[in-house]
Write a protein that binds this ligand. Structure first.
Ligand code: NDP
Length: 291
């Protein structure tokens, strides 16, 4: 039987609508709308698309967005100075720098310079530490979106075997943590995994985040498993591919996300949610500070 297709676009639209309503309530109460600052260094075409998607989502939610475009030869110190300026700007609630950054800039220094209060991407080591320690804080957007996609498909990770293919700081590691928090038994796979197929075939939930086009085939999937495809790859014909061979895996899986229209829109929707949360927390702290 063909898998249930998990519609990330529709779920993202619902989440953005919720955010829009809360932003409207915030402004109706006389408080300023949230503001997200996005820095883009250089001309990477994929990054430009992502930044534009974030800007459009902000518009749809009533969130103010500020775009800071810096040339590809920007020095690390100049970028860090820009981030510090946005950290100190009282009118800005969320700050992010679109990755990747050019080679002269150390990505980790960029991530560590964003103020944890404005860390809506959820990449700062303090934010990551809070997540791992089960403390309240921002959750990274793509992993949080994956958990919402599973929930929307009625897939409860509790007691299930989950295989995460990939161990990056932005997808593999945090989604493993969130699945563990949801009581799954998690196996994290990477390039040193001896028998990837054996690991994925045991799994009730497979998160494909290796960044290798079309690597997950139907023989790697247990019948009925939920498959979340995080990969995004430009096809030679201009379309998009995921890490999963959708046509064949969707014949075996119980539920599957498409590419496009799966994880991608959810990443942006969760960013809107984090920006709203950052604004609400900062407004509450300001009120407390004034009393
Ligand atoms: P990285 O390249 O940082 O990490 C890839 C991970 O996959 C590494 O841990 C690597 O292992 C592992 N890996 C690579 N090849 C294999 C293989 N053949 N078998 C097993 N493991 C393998 O990628 P990201 O995590 O940043 O992104 C992954 C994909 O998700 C990309 O296609 C990216 O474009 C997409 N993405 C999509 C987002 C969305 O919103 N939809 C958001 C973020 C990313 P090792 O550590 O051993 O090298």
């Amino acid at each position: 039987m063909a898998a249930k297709i998990i519609d990330g676009k529709a779920l993202a639209a619902e989440i953005k609508e919720e955010v829009r309503r809360e932003v409207a309530a915030m402004t109706a109460a006389g408080r300023p709308a949230p503001c997200l600052a996005v820095i883009l260094v250089g001309e990477d075409p994929a990054s430009k698309v992502y930044v534009n998607n974030k800007k459009k989502a902000c518009e749809a939610c009533g969130i103010r967005s500020r775009e800071i475009l810096l040339p590809a030869d920007t020095t690390e110190e100049a970028l860090l100075e820009e981030i510090r300026r946005l950290n100190a700007d009282e009118t800005v609630d969320g700050v992010l720098c679109q990755l990747p950054v050019p080679p002269q800039i150390d990505k980790m220094r960029v991530i560590e310079t964003v103020s944890p209060e404005k860390d809506v991407d959820g990449f700062h080591p303090l934010t990551v530490g809070r997540m791992v320690a089960d403390r309240p804080g921002f959750l990274p957007c793509t992993p949080a979106g994956i958990i919402e996609l599973l929930k929307s498909a009625g897939v409860d990770p509790d007691g299930k075997n989950a295989a995460v293919v990939g161990r990056s700081n932005i997808v593999g590691k945090p989604v493993s943590t969130l699945l563990m928090r949801a009581n799954a038994t998690v196996t994290v796979c990477h390039t040193h995994t001896r028998d990837l197929k054996a690991e994925t075939r045991r799994a009730d939930i497979v998160i494909a985040a290796a960044g290798v086009p079309q690597m997950i085939t139907s023989d790697m999937i247990k019948p009925g498993a939920a498959v979340i495809d995080v990969g995004i790859h430009r096809r030679p014909d201009g379309g998009l591919w995921g890490d999963v061979v959708f046509d064949e895996v969707s014949q075996i899986a119980g539920a599957i996300t498409p590419v496009p229209g799966g994880v991608g829109p959810m990443t942006v929707a969760m960013l809107m949610k984090n920006t709203l949360r950052a604004a609400a927390q900062r407004r509450a702290a300001q009120v407390k500070g004034n009393n």
